[in-house]
Design a protein. Structure first.
Length: 187
């Protein structure tokens, strides 16, 4: 029996994550990551605001806010994204079947402390799972984008403001490494 899914509500903030089926990877090479982000921008930017993301070989984490009056439901937009990416991936790598586990997981962010910890958790996740020693070196997260001047759909200014500026954002992320707090409660 599948567990009930938290519904996406307009203006709600959510920690969203999904994992590859079995031991397979969602991303095999650098171009997969950039292709996924282009699909994400196409399918989700009209529907959600993105505050943080991290794409790892076998799973992804996002912190989003559903827009007030999206033209499409967030659930449908995510479904379109994952299906579109899976079809392209399957074609490229000559495979069949689902790439992602069923039921995109999400948890509503209902406190300021959870919002703060979720952003740092998402950025630190590649180090937590051993993909890199230093999370700031991971190329496929919003960490570097927060400090970039390039145009982005990421809510960069709001994240920096939330933490109190550039230096405070860096300090908060480095200090919270030792906390070992998993906002999913699965640590």
């Amino acid at each position: 029996m599948s567990r009930p899914t938290t519904p996406f509500e307009p203006s709600g903030y959510y920690h969203v994550w999904t994992h590859a089926n079995g031991t397979e990877n969602i991303f095999r090479e650098d171009e997969n990551y950039s292709f996924f982000l282009s699909k994400y921008s196409f399918h989700l930017s009209p529907v959600v605001k993105t505050f943080a993301y991290c794409l790892m070989p076998n799973h992804i984490h996002l912190l989003i806010q559903v827009r007030e009056n999206p033209a499409l439901s967030a659930s449908k937009a995510f479904s379109n994204l994952l299906n579109s990416y899976c079809q392209s991936y399957n074609k490229k790598y000559h495979r069949k079947g689902s790439l992602f586990m069923s039921n995109l997981k999400r948890k509503k962010i209902d406190t300021d402390s959870y919002f703060t910890r979720c952003i740092t958790y998402i950025h630190q996740n590649p180090a937590h799972h051993g993909f890199v020693k230093d999370f700031t070196k991971w190329k496929h997260s919003s960490w570097k984008t927060i400090f970039s001047e390039k145009q982005t759909h990421l809510e960069r200014e709001k994240v920096l403001e939330w933490f109190g500026g550039r230096e405070a954002t860096i300090s908060n992320h480095k200090l919270s490494i030792d906390l070992e707090i998993d906002p999913l409660g699965e640590n």
